[in-house]
Every structure is written in structure tokens, then in C-alpha cells.
Design a binder for this molecule. Structure first.
Ligand code: UDP
Length: 328
């Protein structure tokens, strides 16, 4: 198949391209390099079936041309990362909503399947365990910046499903739960790359808030395999799927495991949320996906354990981070 990936130089997109190329697909990547990085795709450039274009999804002519060339679009271009969202809310809302609108509009002209990247963040502060795709979304007030991300992604989902319902434009919505792995940058606040870099540099590993909050970290390799399968299953169209892992870990425990696996002398430091983010910052305490729906449809099961994921990220950061030259 011929596949377009928007946000193609991003962390998940680069792994997805690798996976699709290995399966024999032809891949076009479109990225404006706002948060993505050419380094993520450097190794893919020589592949005869890999093509990339530096440009924005907001440039409708480029987008239309690339959409026309492909059979399926993975729309991964978005503003992501809690730090970026808190610091640049206008960019978050505009990129996420307008960008998705343009991609759906372009795809709908030729009825090309669009996979929309959404997020577990849409469940908001719901306390239900685990989260199922049909559950209510419980989102905080607009005065708290973080929720603009959840809301913008929820609008993307509504819009995608509306295109399916009203115009028979095929869509699949994926809710990613804390996807991690090599090449993820810590620049926009993601916890695992930050912990690993801090531990490798022998610096304090900074746990924000109480540390009793928990997450489930999905390995990017497992996640892109699922993404590759779903576009080949017609029953997936018009549906929302959770994807990730259901192995739950507290952030304190994650910090301890990173320190143990790196094996250095780093201490764990607790930093209040208002210092790490902003006054009144709200975090979610637990976030566990139900993987039943995606499991039923394509037999998805996370294969990579948290310790294996940490080991892979440590190995990658050791090889790539300049700071790791001074590592413990
Ligand atoms: N976090 C942390 N230290 C960091 C970055 C994040 O303790 O350097 C915490 C953050 O407050 C949250 C959890 O780790 O409770 C996961 O954060 P991340 O930004 O990776 O993902 P999300 O909040 O979207 O789940």
C-alpha cells in the first residue's frame, strides 16, 4: 500500500514508517519539523520506498498532492507533550483542530482511509479503571491549560466520526496510552526519556507531584504493529481503539526502576506540580486502558514488558545522548 504519515518525522511516525517499509508498503512522510526531527528519519532516507517532504499540513496544496498519491493516511501531526501544551496552548488548539480538519477534508475528496491519532488524555480525570472506548470523558475546566489538549483531541475524534457517519469517509481513531521507546524526546515533558537522561547524567531523577500517580507505558514497537494491522481490517473502520499496555506502574516505581537499570548514583527528587508545570496544574491519578476491543479485533497484546522498554530506551540514550558521555 502507499501510505502517507503526517507528522512523519515524529517519534511514533518514524517507528511506524520502519514497520510499514519492512512489510513492503511505500511510505511518504510530511512534517514541518516543529517538534519532529530529521534525525528520527535519517536512517530511512536511503530506503527506495521511503519519501519525505518538509512542509506543513496547513499548506493545503501540498497536503492534497500527498493525499492523492496515497491509499491510507496516518494523521500523526499534532502538538503533543504536557509541557508544550501548558506553555503553548494556542498552538496546541490550532494545530490539533485545524490540522485534523484539513486532513479529513483532503482525504474525503477521494475517500482515503484516515487513521486519527488521539490520546488517553481524552479520558481526562475520570477515575474509572480500566478505561473502555465507550466510557465518559471527564475533562477539567478551560482555566486549566492542560485540558485544552484533551479537548482538542476529543474534537478531532468527534470530527472524524462525523465524517464517517455523515459522508462515509473511512476513519479509525486510535487512543495512544503513554507510548514510549527509543527516539522519544524528553523536550516536551515526557517522563521516561527525561528519567533515563537524568539517571545517565547522574542527576536527580525528578518525580513531579506525589509519585503515587500511575501510568501504563506502551512500547512503540508493539503499538506500530497494531497500527499496521488495523488498516487491513475493514471492521476497524468507524471505530475508536485504545492501544498501549495495561501494565500499571507508579511514577515513583518507574523512577526506581530507571535508576536500577541505569545503575548509577542518581537520587530521586520530588518536585511539586506547580513548580514543574504551572499553578493549579491537575494530573490524573491512574490511567489504565482496557485492551479488550483491539485484542478482540486483531489479537493485539502488548509483548514488551516495562523493564524491557526501559532497557531499550537506556541503550538508545547511551548511544545517542551527548550527556551520556559523562554518564555514571
Ligand atoms: N512526570 C514526572 N517527571 C517528569 C515528567 C513527567 O514525574 O520529568 C510525571 C507527570 O507529572 C505525570 C507522569 O509523569 O504524572 C507522566 O507524564 P507524561 O508527561 O510522560 O505523560 P502524561 O502526563 O501525558 O501521562
Amino acid at each position: 500500500m502507499r501510505i502517507l504519515i503526517t507528522g512523519g518525522a515524529g517519534f511514533i511516525a518514524s517507528h511506524l514508517a520502519e514497520h510499514l517499509l519492512a512489510a513492503g508498503d511505500e511510505v511518504w512522510a510530511l512534517d514541518d519539523l516543529s517538534t519532529g526531527s530529521i534525525e528520527n528519519i535519517e536512517h530511512l532516507k536511503p530506503h527506495p520506498k521511503y519519501h519525505y517532504q518538509i512542509g506543513s499540513i496547513m499548506d493545503t496544496a501540498t497536503l492534497a498532492e500527498m493525499v492523492d498519491r496515497c491509499d491510507v493516511i496516518y494523521h500523526l501531526a499534532a502538538a503533543v507533550g504536557v509541557r508544550l501544551i501548558v506553555e503553548s496552548p494556542v498552538r496546541t488548539i490550532e494545530t490539533n483542530i485545524r490540522g485534523t480538519e484539513l486532513v479529513l477534508e483532503a482525504a474525503a475528496k477521494k475517500k482515503k482511509l484516515v487513521v486519527i491519532a488521539s490520546t488517553s488524555e481524552v479520558y481526562g480525570k475520570s477515575t474509572k479503571i480500566p478505561f473502555c472506548e465507550e466510557d465518559d470523558l471527564v475533562i477539567g475546566p478551560p482555566t486549566r491549560g492542560r485540558w485544552s489538549y484533551a479537548c482538542s483531541k476529543a474534537i478531532d475524534e468527534f470530527l472524524a466520526l462525523a465524517y464517517w457517519k455523515e459522508r462515509r469517509q473511512p476513519v479509525i481513531v486510535m487512543r495512544f496510552f503513554n507510548t514510549v521507546g527509543p527516539r522519544q524526546t524528553g523536550r516536551y515533558g515526557m517522563v521516561l526519556p527525561n528519567f533515563v537522561r537524568q539517571a545517565l547524567a547522574g542527576e536527580p531523577v525528578t518525580v513531579f507531584g506525589p509519585g503515587t500517580q500511575s501510568r501504563c507505558f506502551g512500547y512503540v514497537g508493539d503499538v506500530v504493529e497494531a497500527l499496521g494491522k488495523l488498516i487491513r481490517v475493514p471492521e476497524a473502520i468507524g471505530h475508536v481503539f485504545n492501544v498501549g499496555s495495561d501494565e500499571e506502574v507508579t511514577i515513583d516505581e518507574l523512577a526506581r526502576r530507571v535508576c536500577r537499570i541505569v545503575g548509577g548514583k542518581s537520587q530521586i527528587a520530588h518536585i511539586p506540580y506547580e513548580q514543574a508545570y504551572e499553578e493549579g496544574f491537575e494530573d490524573m491519578h491512574r490511567r489504565v486502558p482496557s485492551l479488550e476491543k483491539i485484542g478482540r479485533l486483531i489479537g493485539y497484546k502488548p509483548k514488551t514488558t516495562l523493564d524491557q522498554i526501559i532497557e531499550k530506551v537506556v541503550e538508545y540514550e547511551r548511544a545517542h545522548s551527548p550527556r551520556s558521555l559523562h554518564s555514571v
